[in-house]
Design a protein around this ligand. Structure first.
Ligand code: NOJ
Length: 452
């Protein structure tokens, strides 16, 4: 049976966790309440020209005040909380004091912060995530510079700041070691008593080779290495991917013996995967590629990332310029991670579709979000195939519970299963919310909520 004719996905295993995801800066608001100091995103969004509609997260969708109502909405789906320690925003003070992720000093500060969280909340939280999308933080914060701290490097785009191409690599290195320290504290001080799990969440794109040529297949492999494996390989195997070591040589930071020891004693309990889209990747070592396109420089792995091949897009374009609907990518990326990382347990920590938030549009337009439902159904179906073929995926979280502040796009894009009226803040369930709830009820899974 299915609500209004969009069928439910294929069955999922017993105890599979279904839920929704959210994040503090995008949801909470109360940016300066109760003694909270400014974050890097508070400073960034207040600079004119940074956010498409000139908005910021000062109020966001006021979850800080309306949290009890929102928890009711989450409870509608059941609740097993997953908590992320850092979802892009960090105290601005760290930026000013020592350059935040660029400095090794951040590792012990992150460790201390994690320790405090485990100590006070660990009895109630059984799933911890150290970092959300460190790959996106490193690339957008330190290479393209479109996220704070707005440091662009190398020859990227029109960047003329002359920052070293090493910066994204250094920031990533400090993120990896901060993660490792947090995991170590959890394992040594809390895990036995609290009986929880700890992992990391990566943004994962499926890179389809542009052609059948060996060069393009290798380019797709490099694309994964310079985006995903960049973090997961050192965390899981204790070394950067072979492609990165070969191309970057001494540009890549090195792990000390002691750091490697901490890392090898603190492997992941699970890998979180935020997956939305796929791209083609084309070789840029042997073939000519536009040097200004993402991916083409040495420090990015020499591949051209493109959605277009022979005049056709890899999937239907959407209101979000980087999301193309290519559900097969879900099965492929999950299988890729399964094979590379010995079937470490996985959660799909984000998946969803953003739609345009046009002004003066009737609420019905937003509520009848059939495209979102079709997107979710097709991606869930593809996920179910990967699971049937043996991938150990234990849960799926839809991004997002509510419409919210979508970073550079401000409030112009809506991802919620619930519509939020940006004037009154009233939450109204969309068709996708009803469909998802009924699908969960008809399947045997339990449900969860990822708050970051
Ligand atoms: C991933 C990020 O974690 C989340 O903050 C963002 O809103 C979604 N992608 C959609 O862009």
């Amino acid at each position: 049976m299915a609500l209004k004719g969009i069928s439910y996905p294929s069955p999922f295993p017993n105890n599979f966790l279904f839920g929704t995801a959210s994040s503090s800066y995008q949801f909470e608001g109360a940016a300066f309440a109760d003694g909270k100091g400014p974050s890097n995103w508070d400073i960034f969004t207040h600079k004119s020209g940074n956010i498409l509609d000139g908005s910021n997260g000062d109020r966001a969708v006021d979850h800080y005040r309306l949290y009890l109502d929102d928890i009711d909405l989450m409870e509608n789906l059941g609740i097993e909380p997953f908590v992320t320690l850092t979802h892009y925003d960090i105290p601005q003070e760290l930026e000013e004091r020592y350059g935040a992720w660029l400095s090794p000093e951040i590792r012990s500060d992150f460790e201390h912060y994690a320790d405090v969280c485990f100590k006070y909340f660990g009895k109630r939280v059984k799933y911890w995530v150290t970092l959300n999308e460190p790959n996106v933080m490193a690339i957008r914060g330190y290479r393209s510079g479109i996220y704070p701290p707005s440091r662009c490097s190398g020859s990227y785009g029109k960047c003329n700041k002359g920052n070293s191409e090493k910066e994204p690599l250094i920031a990533a290195h400090n993120m990896i070691l901060s993660h490792a320290k947090a995991v170590n504290i959890y394992r040594t001080r809390y895990q036995e008593e609290q009986e929880g799990n700890i992992g990391i969440v990566m943004n994962a794109i499926w890179y389809e080779p542009f052609s059948n040529s060996t060069e393009d297949k290798l380019a797709a492999e490099r694309a994964q290495s310079f985006f995903l494996n960049w973090f997961l390989d050192p965390i899981i195997f204790g070394k950067y991917p072979e492609e990165m070591r070969r191309l970057l040589g001494t540009m890549l930071p090195v792990f000390s013996k002691k750091e490697l020891e901490i890392m090898s004693n603190n492997r992941l309990d699970f890998i979180g995967i935020n997956h939305y889209t796929s791209f083609y990747s084309k070789d840029c070592i042997y073939s000519y590629c536009d040097p200004e396109a993402p991916g083409v420089t040495k420090s990015e792995g020499y591949y051209l990332r493109t959605a277009l091949r022979g005049g056709a897009l890899i999937g239907e374009p959407t209101a979000v310029d980087w999301i193309f609907v290519h559900p097969q990518g879900m099965e492929k990326i999950v299988t890729y991670i399964k094979d590379r990382y010995n079937n470490t347990p996985m959660f799909i920590t984000e998946n969803g579709l953003g739609t345009m938030s046009e002004l003066n549009t009737s609420i019905n337009h937003f509520i009848n979000d059939f495209k979102r439902v079709e997107y979710m159904r097709s991606y869930l179906d593809s996920l179910a195939i990967a699971i049937r073929k043996g991938a150990d995926v234990r849960g799926y979280f839809a991004w997002s519970l509510l419409d919210n502040f979508e970073w550079l796009s401000g409030f112009t894009i809506r991802f919620g299963l619930y519509h939020v009226d940006l004037g009154t803040l009233k939450r109204t369930q969309k068709y996708s919310g009803t469909w998802y709830k009924e699908f969960i009820e008809t399947s045997r899974g339990v449900r969860g909520s990822l708050s970051t």
